[in-house]
Write a protein that binds this ligand. Structure first.
Ligand code: NAD
Ligand code: WQD
Length: 351
């Protein structure tokens, strides 16, 4: 059970946007299990309305995720006003498909930037002074790993990446304007699923990301995995990323929240990398999957994917020290839980 050090005389109430999504749902579980009161909102555009029931099954506590679109400012303000005493917000709601953002930039700016601006107004109207924001390692572009928070932010290579940079600037400006307490968490590559296999990632259509593509190939939804390039200057020729388990990531949100609520975020605006600190190649990910699943993966080598950086992994010392957080799971656990989730999904779909 959580020990509150924030001198609040009751359990803090936390608003989570994008609560039904991949990272949001796992964070809802951790928040509930730690004793927070939680209110979720989502427009279910990239998630299922059944996620609230799945979260409740895990935690044994009823939960509501209300259907609110953060682009609808009036509805958002009314929703926040209706739920008095919200202490802090964790803001996940956004679009996240890099390729789609190149095709439809306005859609991404409207939702990710416009939605965040609406949220900040709704918070200001209701005197809510703390926010944890979902940012991305994409802000660093091609940088020499391990990448720490002093690494300069590069010009974004996609509208999606740019929305994350603009949101960070927007949050920094809001901090300057009205003292909003902001922690921006820059995630590396979130993967895996909850141990219960009741919640996990739900990619719409053909997955862009490696791990759901692997599990969908193994289950028979995709014919084969194409490895995008095996001529990179890395030990096995494939790209290197920092794959972090979604439960480790969810736990970091609690640590960031506690840090804020305890008054430790003295800068007012701060950023933290969230990764494992370890890089894994595409072939290492495939090997870990084959080992834990006992499946042989149908795989071919294809050309490089446009826009891919060669290698990126995090230096997480800042989050380790300041937030008192570190990852507890390894790549094999990531692959094992992702595979269990894919199998559970297949059972649900066949019912
Ligand atoms: P997700 O798509 O699973 O979850 C996002 C949720 O937000 C979805 O349930 C979606 O329906 C909801 N949503 C989108 N637009 C909304 C709107 N206008 N109003 C209300 N709800 C809305 O994505 P995720 O992987 O859980 O990502 C969460 C956050 O983390 C996003 O901001 C994403 O950009 C960021 N992020 C994700 C990754 C990743 O690889 N998954 C990496 C870095 C950062
Ligand atoms: C990982 C590696 C691919 C699919 C993206 C976003 C980033 C962040 C995380 C949100 C790469 C290779 C992939 C496949 C492959 N999201 N791959 N075959 O590109 O590191 O990051 O998700 O903020 O912004 O860009 O993740 O999972 O797409 O790719 O060989 O079918 O797997 O080339 O090396 P990425 P990914």
């Amino acid at each position: 059970m959580l020990i509150f050090t924030n001198n609040l005389n009751k359990t803090p109430k936390i608003l989570v946007t994008g609560a039904a999504g991949f990272i949001g749902s796992h964070t809802m579980v951790e928040l509930q299990q730690a004793g927070y009161q939680v209110i979720g909102l989502d427009n279910f555009e990239n998630s299922s309305i059944h996620v609230a029931d799945q979260i409740s099954s895990i935690t044994g506590t009823p939960i509501t995720i209300e259907n609110i679109d953060i682009r609808n400012k009036k509805a958002l303000i009314a929703f926040v006003q209706q739920h008095k005493d919200i202490h802090a917000v964790i803001h996940f709601a956004a679009y996240k498909a890099v390729g789609e953002s190149v095709q439809f930039p306005t859609k991404y700016y409207e939702n990710n930037v416009g939605g965040t601006a609406n949220l900040l107004d709704a918070m200001a109207v209701n005197d809510i002074n703390s926010i944890v924001f979902s940012s991305s390692c994409t802000v660093y572009g091609e940088a020499n790993p391990p990448v720490d928070e002093t690494t300069p932010v590069q010009i974004a290579t996609s509208p999606y990446g740019n929305t994350k940079q603009i949101c960070e600037e927007l949050l920094r400006d809001q901090n300057r304007a009205n003292g909003l307490n902001v922690i921006s968490l820059r995630y590396f590559n979130p993967v895996g699923a909850h141990d219960s296999a009741l919640i996990g990632e739900l990619p719409l259509g053909i997955p862009n990301n490696l791990v759901p593509f692997i599990t969908q190939t193994a289950i028979g939804k995709r014919k084969q995995l194409t490895v995008f390039g095996n001529d990179y200057p890395t030990p096995d020729g494939t790209c290197i990323r920092d794959y972090i388990h979604v439960v480790d990531l969810a736990k970091a949100h609690l640590k960031a929240l506690e840090y804020q609520l305890a008054g430790k975020n003295q800068l007012g605006f701060d950023v933290f990398n969230l990764g494992t600190g370890k890089g894994s190649s595409v072939l290492e990910v495939v090997a870990a999957f084959e080992k834990v699943s006992g499946q042989h993966l149908n795989m071919v080598f294809g050309p490089r994917r446009a826009g891919d950086v060669v290698q990126v992994y995090a230096a997480c010392d800042k989050a380790n020290k300041a937030l008192g957080w570190k990852t507890e799971r390894n790549l094999e656990n990531c692959m094992q839980t992702a595979w269990a989730w894919e199998q559970a999904l297949a059972k649900m779909e066949n019912k």
